[in-house]
Design a protein around this ligand. Structure first.
Ligand code: PMP
Length: 338
């Protein structure tokens, strides 16, 4: 085996994540299933790629200057952590606008990277949602601070562009033979970038978009959602739902069952949206011809979900006693049935 090269710095560790066979997930499924483990990025998620794509050009081009510039973004999750890592590395100030729903663990991670956390306390008076209030605060900060830059992941084409590489890595590892790609959606960056690569390289991949019930991305009505990561309350201007060939909507319970099944059968402790794509595969499985190669993109790890998905009491409180759904060895896949 060739030794891994020495990297110039931590940011060079973004990308080239592992692609892993999931031979035990669906024992009787007559197709190959693999997972792209984006949790191996140094910030712990697929959003490291988007953060780097939106910031690196500006840093190298001298538009973002250590000590003079400030990055301002509204995110309480994986993108914030990706940006925090890059800003710390280059010594650029980062103000992250969050709201009271941000987990204590993520706030601690942001503070560890010396991010200035700006907490919006009141939701938007008209809608009761925090997102408009957060965006209003970002605009206020950007207007007030000279040298401030707002990456704006929802409208920045460099977000999806980062994921042409994600798909290239998958396609090259499999000699272009990817029949199905399951991709969770939030900003739609991962899905759009993968779709661009598939189109530009003439692959015959069927792209399955996986979204949350209660998300508006594919035209459904807005509704309550428990788990962060995938799903959106507002459709981003740049997102075209037609880029997905198929769409599967999954519930919070599907995500829990998907995650617990993954841990049980594959010893992979994955995040909520990885459970979502696993559940989507379960729901879609009978439409997949035997002998296909299916790739699931797993956006992050399970460590950030220990107080929710992997907490038995939390699961019981929200869904009742459902542990049989991932404990039955004979069950092909309980997900997609709940
Ligand atoms: N899963 C997780 C865990 C995420 O943090 C995100 C980004 N919010 C997504 C899925 C969706 O990714 P994208 O923004 O590229 O659509």
């Amino acid at each position: 085996m060739t030794p891994r090269p020495v990297l110039d710095g931590i940011l060079d560790a973004v990308g080239d994540t592992h692609l892993v066979e999931l031979g035990g997930l669906l024992p009787r499924f007559p197709s190959r299933v693999l997972a792209k483990l984006e949790g191996f990025n140094p910030g712990g998620s697929v959003k490291d790629r988007s953060a780097l794509s939106m910031l690196l050009g500006r840093i190298r081009g001298g538009e973002l200057i250590p000590g003079r510039s400030t990055v301002v973004e509204s995110s309480s999750g994986n993108l914030a952590i990706g940006i925090a890592q890059i800003c710390r590395y280059y010594g650029i100030d980062f103000i992250c606008v969050v709201d009271p729903k941000t987990t204590r663990q993520n706030l601690k991670i942001l503070r560890a990277y010396q991010v200035t956390v700006d907490m919006v306390t009141e939701p938007d008076p008209d809608t009761g949602a925090y997102l408009p209030a957060r965006l209003a605060r970002v605009r206020e900060l950007v207007a007030a601070l000279p040298g401030a830059y707002w990456p704006n992941q929802y409208a920045n084409p460099l977000n999806p562009r980062a994921h042409t590489r994600t798909m290239r890595e998958i396609a090259e590892a499999l000699d272009g033979r990817v029949d199905y790609l399951f991709c969770a959606t939030g900003t739609g960056g991962t899905l759009t970038g993968c779709a661009d690569y598939i189109r530009d390289h003439g692959l015959s991949t069927t792209l399955v978009g996986v979204d949350a019930l209660g998300s508006v991305l594919f035209g459904g009505p807005a509704g309550p959602r428990l788990l962060p990561g995938h799903g959106a309350a507002v459709r981003p201007a740049l997102f075209d739902p037609a880029r997905a060939d198929e769409v599967v909507l999954v519930s919070d319970l599907d995500c829990v069952v998907g995650c617990r099944t993954l841990t049980q059968r594959e010893a992979i402790l994955a995040g909520g949206s990885s459970g979502a794509v696993t559940a989507a595969l379960g729901r879609f499985a009978d439409r997949i011809p035997a002998g296909s190669t299916c790739v699931l993109v797993f956006p992050d790890r399970g460590d950030r979900y220990l107080d929710t998905i992997y907490d038995d009491e939390w699961v019981r409180r929200h869904f009742g006693d459902v542990s049989h759904l991932w404990k039955e060895p004979e069950h092909t896949m309980a997900v997609g049935t709940c």
